[in-house]
Write a protein that binds this ligand. Structure first.
Ligand SMILES: [Zn+2]
Ligand SMILES: [Zn+2]
Ligand SMILES: [Zn+2]
Ligand SMILES: [Zn+2]
Ligand SMILES: [Zn+2]
Ligand SMILES: [Zn+2]
Ligand SMILES: [Zn+2]
Ligand SMILES: [Zn+2]
Length: 420
């Protein structure tokens, strides 16, 4: 005995955690006390309260709480110790679902119930114990089960945290809260990504909006695209509130099948090209335009600005008129590498006159055979350059004629040269 005593005499005072659940305090276990305890053959430290808990404990009293079964008059005792423990966890109210001992006894024999997990897409169940059922409806079986998760879901739920997710409106910096519960639901459905959702501010704007039909941006198209509510929110919060310029779905898919085209410059002789963008092609198609557009290449359109219409004298001797050499024709001449200047061409007046004429057959005054009097010859006669023929070539050669005007006119004037 004395040997043992001396063995324990060296024990030091020790801090031991308070026995009250939820309390982080400690109480001091003195060496002497430890020695006595161990002499009794016990190895674990005794369960005691910290001084603070002990003080509170002394202020508390056991209270009688009515049985959770509404049809039972009896009660159960909420002990000082249980109240202290509840207090330590911040609870001042007694648990509501506790039965008196008689009811508890009765419920123990009753049926439990398997209730579907509250997570909608989870196929699991949780067990609604007989005691809890009794507390809910006094054993009548009337009360609906509470909404609760299965054990599996609860374990997952514990590890989840509410997370802020970016607003689905791209320019918006706001966030919305993806709650643990919603994450669990999503997970049960097999989704891992958060849904697309708006922040509260955007959602507020969204309220009361409706999708709107908005004209297709393609000129000549009379269809519409759907200006959706989220798009409207975007425009209202981060834009000018106006609908965007978009294509209808038909135009959009047509547009995607097109590619920009290169077209030849319309100036004859120019090898330049210009781009015909897809959108312009689409608009042409919508307007029912079948021909390719005829436009100037970039170089030509820059060069043409420096050119002016030139008034060029009519090619016909004796005509005082001019014809207009258009800038584009000048450009074409340049592109064809011509350096000699304007082409020889009739003025408008001469041309109109020639066009109004017919080639005539007139009789030779010498032999009566028919002479072909061309339209241009007729013009030259009118201009006073030549004279109207009277003899055929044969008669002219044999000197039949009274006057000879052949020097000023060709052998036959069969091929009028109109224009260039
Ligand atoms: Zn304590
Ligand atoms: Zn009871
Ligand atoms: Zn579940
Ligand atoms: Zn937002
Ligand atoms: Zn369209
Ligand atoms: Zn060109
Ligand atoms: Zn003329
Ligand atoms: Zn003749």
């Amino acid at each position: 005995m004395t040997l043992k005593a001396s063995l324990f005499s060296g024990l030091k005072d020790k801090k031991v955690p308070c026995k009250v659940r939820g309390c982080n305090g400690t109480w001091l276990w003195e060496g002497m006390d430890q020695m006595r305890w161990m002499r009794d053959g016990k190895t674990d430290a005794p369960l005691r309260m910290c001084p603070s808990c002990y003080a509170k404990y002394n202020d508390l009293e056991d209270v009688e709480i009515p049985c959770a079964n509404d049809s039972c008059e009896s009660s159960w005792v909420w002990t000082r110790a249980a109240r202290l423990s509840a207090l330590q966890r911040g609870r001042t109210e007694p648990p509501r679902d506790r039965l008196c001992s008689a009811c508890r006894e009765q419920a123990r024999g009753g049926p439990s119930m398997e209730v579907p997990c509250r997570v909608r897409s989870c196929g699991g169940t949780w067990t609604w114990s007989a005691e809890e059922r009794m507390a809910a409806d006094g054993g009548t079986g009337d009360a609906p089960p509470p909404s609760r998760m299965c054990e599996d879901c609860y374990q997952k739920f514990k590890d989840l945290k509410d997370v802020g997710q970016p607003c689905r409106i791209e320019q918006c910096e706001g966030t919305w809260k993806w709650t643990r519960g919603a994450q669990l639901e999503a997970g049960a459905k097999g989704f891992t990504d958060p849904p697309k959702r708006m922040c509260d501010d955007c959602a507020e704007v969204l309220r009361g909006l409706e999708d709107k039909e908005t004209p297709c941006r393609v000129k000549g198209c009379d269809k519409a695209f759907l200006w959706t509510r989220p798009m409207q929110v975007e425009a209202m919060r981060f834009g000018d509130g106006q609908p965007p310029t978009r294509m209808c779905s038909e135009c959009f898919s047509a547009f995607n099948k097109l590619s920009d085209k290169k077209l030849r410059c319309r100036v004859p002789g120019c090898s330049g090209t210009m781009s015909w963008p897809r959108i312009a092609q689409l608009e042409a198609a919508r307007r029912g335009q079948k021909d390719l557009p005829r436009r100037l290449c970039r170089e030509c359109s820059e060069e043409i600005d420096a050119l002016e219409e030139k008034h060029v004298p009519c090619k016909h001797q004796g005509c005082e008129e001019t014809w207009a050499w258009a800038p584009e024709a000048q450009l074409s001449s340049r592109r064809k590498g011509r350096k000699e200047g304007p082409p020889r061409r009739m003025c408008e007046k001469c041309k109109t006159f020639v066009d109004s004429l017919d080639t005539l057959e007139i009789p030779c005054q010498g032999c009566g055979t028919s002479i072909t009097w061309t339209r241009e010859h007729q013009l030259n006669v009118r201009l006073g350059v030549w004279v109207k023929p009277t003899l055929c070539a044969e008669c002219r050669r044999s000197g039949h004629g009274i006057e000879d005007t052949a020097s000023a006119e060709p052998e036959t004037a069969a091929s009028p040269q109109i224009g260039d």
